[in-house]
Design a protein around this ligand. Sequence first.
Ligand SMILES: C[S@@+](CC[C@H](N)C(=O)[O-])C[C@H]1O[C@@H](n2cnc3c(N)ncnc32)[C@H](O)[C@@H]1O
Length: 181
Amino acid sequence: MDLRRWDERYRSQSEIGPPTPLVTEIAGGLKSGKALDLACGAGRNTLWLAEHGWKVTAVDGSRAAIGLLTARNPEIDARVANLEKHEYTIEPNSWDLIAICYYLQRDLFEQAKRGVMPGGVIIAIVHIPGPGEGLTPFRLAPGELAAYFRDFEVLHSYEGPPRDPVHHNRVAQIAARRPAE
Ligand SMILES: C[S@@+](CC[C@H](N)C(=O)[O-])C[C@H]1O[C@@H](n2cnc3c(N)ncnc32)[C@H](O)[C@@H]1O
């Protein structure tokens, strides 16, 4: 879906749903620090992280989504940026946590891996095909997400139905830590 359509969707939305369980489970077990939420949407995960002591920067290409987020919490460092066009630069060695939830942009994984500090954690969730379904630009192949993180310490890896009330299609999930140097 292009950003114009995301904007339309967020303009007709007023509620911000609950955070995705993987974020609360993984981040809830970490010492809070600096977090980057990429393609944050209206910020359901950003808001939870901020409420739990994280200093969060949130990035999304939809101005309407960022508007919903900042209306709820004006203190958040929230940016409108098209990630495909590299309008936001992930500074290397800068983040304790990077979340990429329900957004697929393959080249973002390597950028995020460089962006976390040694010991920092990446949480990623993407759709994968269900039984009888094929690949689309919005789905990774089974096994592909885990393969991006072979050189990280895997804290959690899962493929199957989501445990997220907002989503129904199959997902790949990963939480992985950059090895300490
Ligand atoms: C399915 S939503 C996920 C939102 C959030 N991560 C969550 O889990 O609730 C996908 C998000 O990606 C954003 N998005 C799509 N293309 C983008 C792009 N090129 N650059 C930045 N954000 C983009 C959309 O605006 C939308 O908010």
